[in-house]
Design a protein around this ligand. Sequence first.
Ligand SMILES: [Fe+2]
Length: 307
Amino acid sequence: MSIVGLQRVTYGVADLEAGARFWRDFGLTPHPGGGGARVFTTAEGAEVVLRPLDDPGLPPAPVAGPTVREVVWAVGDDAALRQIAERLPAACRREGDSTSVRATDPAGHAIAFERTRLTSAPVSPTPFNSPGHAQRIDQQAPLYKQAAPIHMAHVVFAVIDLDATARFYRELLGFRLSDSYPGRGMFLRAPGASDHHNLFLLCRDGAVGFHHVAFDVRDIHEVFGGGLHMTGQGWATHLGPGRHPISSAYFWYFKNPCGGAAEYDFDTDIITDAWQPREFEPTPDAFAEWAFPSGTRRYDGIQTART
Ligand SMILES: [Fe+2]
């Protein structure tokens, strides 16, 4: 079952202009969108789509307000798409069309599967100088005025029933477990992808909903170039710049008016089925990075998740 990566995230947003400005400043390429939508792409052709919050065509989300309303996974071929359609129980299927399969995961997130439209966007390696190993001589390092994200790498959902949600992705869709905080978080990789994770399920403080989406950039210089540009444009940092202990990635997250956060990411671990999943203790230091931006909320037992 060849799910090769992330094709699209669709947001329902309260302020289309602010949302569009955020993604332009973040470095995605704008495209004309029909029906009042705004569309932005990465260099590989993954899409961010913005629709008005009250668009009746948007599927429901576990939280009210601006947030991601659908995550679309890219599938390698039509046979894989048919296989997904056969495996997903009717109870979680949503109405689709001949080119897609639409469903809702056990935590209430609308997901879909479409034939991949991702393309490769080759990047020249950046030479680095380390002690005794100079690769860049008589030449300055790249200096980026703004980022231009290449690859939509992962999305993160906050869930209450971590095991049930992970079982859905692992047993029905073939996602692989990369690493975990037992009982608190699972890093999952799509079966046809090599990113350390394409989906992180986070179980913390009773929160539900979309947490963030991450984009790979070309090198560490671009993490800083993009982050400084975003800061200069008035966007607030959610977390960073920093370096994840799990996945090894350098990061910088920004609070997103469309909901949750958006992350610049560089040098994440690339893994295969030979990778041995590890378990990590969710110590306050290690787990503190998973603080919540807007777009998720605490589950207090009174405000039940929307269905
Ligand atoms: Fe992330």
